[in-house]
Write a protein of this length. Structure first.
Length: 563
């Protein structure tokens, strides 16, 4: 081969290399100049990972400091499928460590279209720690809280529950979610190409939620729930509710529904069983509503407790004929006797004298038809017809608690107003939030102290010698009222002849009231409120007074009863 041909080939080879080098150099320059930003972001996404740092949810305490809702330490385990090199081996390792079927994890680990998947939410910390020691590439861990309710069924309808993401789903957990939840933080970590953590690029600390202290007393609440369970079983009732309220402060000491549920198992409990009927459900109150008519008549000066009326056994109002519960002849009764004997005819007679507009005004003054403002989601305001919608017979229905729907909380507030000397205090469940002072509650005088005292004395006689004798408590003067109301029949219209709500609401000690207690029994086997609800009222009130160390106001009677 000639030297000339060799030189030509060398020059050709050099030219090829020069062209190739120029192409590589040009490509590198183009990537650095034109695609640099996109490539930087791609590289960052491949090696950076942002993890949420959940805030610690605040604890819910009862009034004595007992925990009703707490956050237990847990660990959430996640994976980046793009970094998992052997999905089957990792699925087996994670499954064995956590007690999970590996077959359920494998599809998550093999789907490389996602850069983040949960393998286990809120796992046991010890199991998570054992798994973390295996140092599996592509598997990460971060601490979380698992919301638990240590007292289980106690106050479950009140407290409610939070879901897996620690956001409130029902009850006070929902109503106070922003206060309890706080604000989550985040942490951005940098990994090497194999998925190992190299450093933390940025971290924002979470702001933990605030604790909440309720007015609920877990000891009273637990006892009330036990009494309601026994009452429901005794009378084969559909449901039973009870409320214990401090009339001076408006603080709710107990709010219970039977049947109840364990808040830790809320996903398996039917929604109908989770309702806090005291706040969300309405009922026709029956004779307990007669308090409103009597208040209006006394406050306007139309009657006194001694004013007397001659009353037949029945009375016709428009197209309706209404009679008393017990057959009798025409009698003369005082206003006091009308309330003591729970006379429908007498109450309607007083209401007719009061008139439609004034009666409607007193219904509004007591707050019926409006939510009380208690810190609970979904509170009902009740059902109250405005006076311009009343029919001719409404003046005969409403005064005796028919044709009107109220919540148990509204009715308890009405009796608390009498117990508190005529001042209505807004009922509430939340005492303090964080380190703040006890909440200021709204107080409104709606009747004179004189009228309140007159009603107080009249309600004492209801228990002393009227329809509420089953509510008497040895050593204490009790004031209260029975209620028996037929339920509406949605199928045939009108009222059911077999389904009733029996109730009793009252307060003690009557001379210096410390507790207002209301009990409702839905569809009991025996209809009368004085029979089915008054004994439960007695048990609850007696326990609450003794627990709160309220001295008897009839000590001589107590001594004779116990000696």
């Amino acid at each position: 081969m000639s030297a000339r041909r060799v030189n030509r080939r060398v020059r050709l080879l050099v030219a090829v290399f020069a062209i190739a080098f120029a192409c590589v150099l040009g490509r590198a320059g183009w990537l650095q100049a034109v695609r640099a930003g996109d490539l930087d972001r791609l590289a960052a996404n491949q090696h950076r990972e942002t993890i949420e740092l959940p805030a610690i949810r605040g604890t819910i305490f009862d009034r004595t400091g007992v925990e009703l809702a707490i956050g237990e330490r847990a660990v959430t385990i996640y994976a980046n499928p793009k970094q998992v090199r052997d999905p089957r081996a990792v699925a087996i390792a994670v499954g064995h460590a956590l007690g999970v079927e590996p077959g359920t994890l494998l599809p998550l680990l093999t789907d490389r279209t996602h850069g983040f998947v949960y393998l286990a939410r809120k796992a046991d910390p010890a199991k998570a720690a054992a798994l973390e020691q295996k140092d599996l590439v592509g598997i990460g861990f971060y601490p979380e809280q698992k919301r638990t309710y240590p007292l289980k069924t106690v106050a479950s309808e009140v407290v409610g529950y939070a879901g897996v993401d620690n956001h409130g789903l029902a009850g006070l957990e929902l109503a106070l979610d922003k206060t309890l939840a706080g604000h989550d933080g985040s942490k951005t970590i940098i990994r090497d190409p194999l998925g190992h953590v190299l450093s933390t690029a940025h971290e924002t600390q979470p702001e933990n939620g605030m604790d909440v202290r309720l007015t609920i007393d877990n000891t009273i609440q637990r006892k009330v729930e036990q009494i309601l369970a026994a009452t429901r079983a005794q009378w084969n009732a559909k449901a039973v509710t009870a409320l214990v309220l401090d009339p001076r402060t408006g603080g709710i000491l107990a709010m219970a529904v039977e049947p109840g549920f364990d808040a830790n198992r809320f996903p398996s409990v039917p929604k109908d069983r989770q309702r806090n009927r005291i706040v969300t459900d309405t009922y026709e109150p029956g004779s307990t509503f007669k308090l409103v008519t009597m208040t209006g008549a006394l406050e306007t000066g139309m009657v006194t407790p001694q004013t007397r009326f001659t009353l037949p056994y029945s009375i016709q109002v428009s197209d309706r004929v209404i009679h008393d519960a017990e057959s009798r002849g025409t009698e003369t009764m005082s206003v006091q006797q009308i309330l003591t004997r729970s006379s429908n005819v007498g109450t309607i007679t007083v209401a007719l004298g009061l008139g439609r507009l004034r009666l409607a005004d007193w219904i509004d003054k007591f707050g019926f038809g409006h939510p009380t403002g208690v810190e609970y989601p979904g509170e009902s305001g009740g059902i109250v017809l405005p006076p311009d919608k009343w029919s001719g017979s409404t003046i005969g229905n409403v005064p005796i608690g028919q044709g009107i729907a109220v919540t148990p909380l509204q009715m308890a507030r009405a009796y608390a107003t009498v117990a508190n000397g005529g001042v209505a205090v807004q009922p509430h469940l939340v005492d303090t939030i964080g380190d703040g002072d006890p909440r200021a509650v709204k107080k409104t005088r709606i009747m004179s102290p004189r009228t309140a005292e007159q009603l107080n004395r009249m309600l004492r006689l209801v228990v002393g010698e009227g329809t509420g004798v089953e509510a008497q408590i040895p050593g204490y003067v009790v004031a209260g009222k029975t209620g028996t109301a037929a339920k509406a029949d949605p199928v045939h219209g009108g009222y059911s002849t077999s389904k009733y709500v029996g109730s009793f609401v009252g307060f003690a000690p009557a001379r210096n009231p410390r507790v207002v207690v209301l009990v409702t029994v839905d569809e009991p086997s025996t209809i009368w409120g004085g029979v089915v609800a008054a004994p439960a009222f007695k048990e609850i009130t007696q326990f609450a007074l003794q627990y709160l160390q309220v001295p008897p106001d009839k000590p001589a009677e107590l001594a004779s009863a116990t000696g």
